[in-house]
Write a protein that binds this ligand. Sequence first.
Ligand code: FO1
Length: 336
Amino acid sequence: MRITVIAGGIGGARFLQGVRAYARAVDASVTAIVNVGDDVTLHGLRICPDLDSVMYTLGGGNDVERGWGRAKETWTVKEELAAYGVGPEWFGLGDRDIATHLTRTVMLNAGYPLSQVTQALCQRWQPGVTMIPATDDAVETHVIISAADAADQGLVTSASATAALEGGDYALHFQEWWVRFRAGIPAKRFVFVGADASKPAPGVEDALLGADVVLVAPSNPVVSVAPVLAVPGIRSALLTSRAPVIGVSPVIGGAPVRGMADKCLAAIGVECSAAGVGGAYGARSAGGLLDAWLVDTTDAGIVVPGVTVRSAPLWMTDEDATVAMVRAALTAGGVV
Ligand code: FO1
């Protein structure tokens, strides 16, 4: 059995631990198509948070408490950069993590596509699944906020720039909105810069068309799943794939399992609920994403038109719990 998973960062990585364990038990193969919209270039280094979260977590090198980055991390370079007054100080780069970004940046600068860089980094980490970035092209999520909010936050310094933005909008890289401002500035919308000109990375379309099942991880639907679907060719591959597409809700009882998905959903006018997210994803039979939608037991009984809805405990408390979720999702989709 070929299982393909569309995944974002931390929630996606936790989910993939369960998918990997399930796949090992039934001798199935797993391909993870990972979001690149969070990617950012800082200090001249290309940083790929979601790819790294998946790689470190499945490779056993992640810091479980912090949720991102490396275990046993040290911050000497970060302290030294601060001593030089070199920003941005709000984005913490750990010493071990920097080695990943240096390796990736050297390879990218040498002309290797991100998918090959990812394969090279995975030689060390052995994640046990095939990891492919959604695209080798640069696609970044930027958050549109109001000019007034930008000015209030001191993001627009010169008066002329403020005047130019008068009543207009201001774009902020997702990482600055997420990490520096903790998603505290109302987002008017999200734009996936570069998506229109991007194409699926090698292997992505085959992983979708040739899968026996496609799982949509309980990742942030707005900033983790949507940027993957924004890559031309990915949504059409999902629509034509013979594989059932089964989503797992990232929202339990009206609250996101982790992160700030509620603030992202509010920005796009989607109710922060299993029904709201399921409805936003839509039924594949109507041109949407899903054939089946697995929700938590607290949300049992919700209805998503055109989509088979089943419920199971969705708290990924440990790998066994996540394996049970995976099995419930496959059952919901009629795969097992
Ligand atoms: N998240 C934070 O809240 N603070 C940080 O300083 C931070 C640094 C960082 C460095 C590398 C990396 O791969 C991820 C990092 N993250 C940090 C997490 C990241 O912003 C988010 O987890 C994802 O982008 C959201 O999925």
